[in-house]
Design a protein. Structure first.
Length: 444
């Protein structure tokens, strides 16, 4: 991780850690046109109350550097990726802190190909933020609102729906970006759709709802006879679901179903998928039993996307619900994922039924918060913590695994264990968490 950038852009407390000045400096950098051609930049935001202020900082920086800024308004992160890749744009910007509470915000940046920026370019932006350099353009830039671009993205999504038949689906929009698109999209696809948490007020994004609070979806789902249900996060680049029995369809399950569906159609390139270190043992075993290979990368959908591109593969993602259907889009898209799963449910019932073959290993996870990222890094490097981790791994043996990692977006250390013996798993994770808390100054 860099000084400002984590695994998914810049993120922090809105207007105190992530300030208008930082937004302005980012705008000054990407608004430049060193080759004599003004950069065309697309921007969108989620529903946080701090979004307009950060937009103003970015806008001032871009226009003062001579850039042309086109504002999509409230929309989703994947819409930015798609529109930049399929339009005449040099950069894309999404103002969002994804699944974080409304008090945080973030800035995600995309290249002209619709991909997250490389770490090399992020490092250059960080240097520019901290420098006194002030680019002076030879001509002024321009800003214009462009809400009509959302319709182009919606047409793209509508073209991906292959479902034939009737289906009743519940959607939790997390009072976030999905609220601006989902209530229009899914009825147009002929889906009997019900929407909850689709009335954002600037502060209720992710508040007890969305993909990080699946209990809200489960509670509403139990009230009526739905076939499927989906919950998005704040910027709708991920989604989690429920099948007709109420079983959770997480990112691992979405990857599994997507891979089986693509293979049946002869479209699973390399007969392989990309997963992350957080993917459940059960997914690995299910893929092996189906004869499908997997390549494992670090947590972060940008790392999944890079590996998919390197190997020319079709699908990959994270347990959290970031799933990339790489033949369709360069980034995870919650709306697209929901469309794909609905299509499998309607058109490939024998594939959807294999969801029952995916046995999830019991998993225990403890997140330990620090005052800053340096504290989290210090804990990971502690000899006492390393010793506790080794003892925990010995405790689990061949029946499970331990994973200790820092968050790429927050000052957290995540201690995770998976094991067939759930009690042993909990004890192993608690032992490592105790070592971290005893030897380091935590925020809680």
């Amino acid at each position: 991780m860099g000084r400002y950038f984590g695994t998914d852009g810049i993120r922090g407390a809105a207007l105190s850690v992530l300030t208008q000045e930082i937004a302005y400096r980012i705008g000054r950098y990407i608004g430049q046109y060193p080759n004599g051609k003004a950069n065309r930049i697309l921007i969108a935001r989620d529903t946080r109350e701090s979004g307009p202020a950060l937009l103003e900082g970015l806008k001032e920086g871009i226009v003062r550097s001579g850039g042309f800024l086109f504002d999509e308004g409230v929309s989703t992160t994947p819409s930015v990726s798609y529109l930049v890749e399929n339009g005449e744009f040099d950069y894309g910007i999404m103002i969002s802190a994804s699944h974080n509470p409304y008090s945080d915000n973030g800035i995600k940046l995309f290249s002209h190909s619709g991909e997250k920026l490389s770490e090399e370019i992020e490092a250059k932006i960080e240097d520019y933020i901290d420098s006194a350099e002030d680019y002076l353009p030879t001509r002024p830039g321009h800003y214009q609102e462009a809400p009509e671009l959302k319709d182009k993205y919606l047409r793209f999504l509508m073209g991906k729906h292959e479902g034939q038949g009737k289906v009743r689906v519940l959607f939790d929009c997390a009072n976030g970006s999905a609220s601006a698109l989902a209530p229009k999209l899914f009825p147009l696809l002929g889906i009997d759709a019900t929407f909850i948490c689709s009335e954002p007020d600037g502060k209720n994004i992710n508040a007890g709802c969305g993909s990080t609070h699946l209990e809200n979806l489960q509670r509403e789902f139990a009230k009526d006879g739905y076939d499927l249900a989906f919950a998005f996060d704040g910027d709708a680049d991920r989604c989690l679901g429920l099948d007709s029995t109420g079983r959770v369809i997480d990112g691992d399950a979405e990857i599994f179903l997507g891979a089986l569906s693509l293979r049946e159609k002869g479209l699973l390139n390399g007969n392989e998928v990309v997963i992350t270190v957080m993917s459940n043992f059960g997914l690995r075993k299910a893929l092996e039993e189906e004869g499908i290979g997997y390549d494992t990368v670090s947590v972060g959908d940008k790392y999944v996307q890079v590996r998919l591109k390197e190997k020319g593969l079709s699908i990959g993602g994270e347990q959290s619900g970031h799933v990339i259907f790489h033949s369709d889009l360069n980034t995870g898209d919650g709306l697209l994922t929901a469309i794909k799963i609905i299509g499998i449910y309607l058109n490939q019932p024998e594939v959807f039924a294999k969801l029952q073959e995916l046995k999830v290993y019991p998993q225990s996870l403890i997140n330990i918060r620090f005052k800053d990222r340096s504290g989290a890094t210090k804990a990971l490097e502690s000899d006492s913590v390393k010793a506790a981790l080794k003892r925990a791994e010995e405790m689990l043996g061949d029946d499970g695994r331990m994973l200790l990692r820092g968050s790429g977006t927050e000052p957290l250390v995540r201690v995770m264990g998976e094991c067939l013996d759930e009690d042993r798993c909990h004890k192993a994770v608690e032992m490592v968490a105790k070592a971290i808390k005893e030897g380091n100054e935590c925020a809680e």
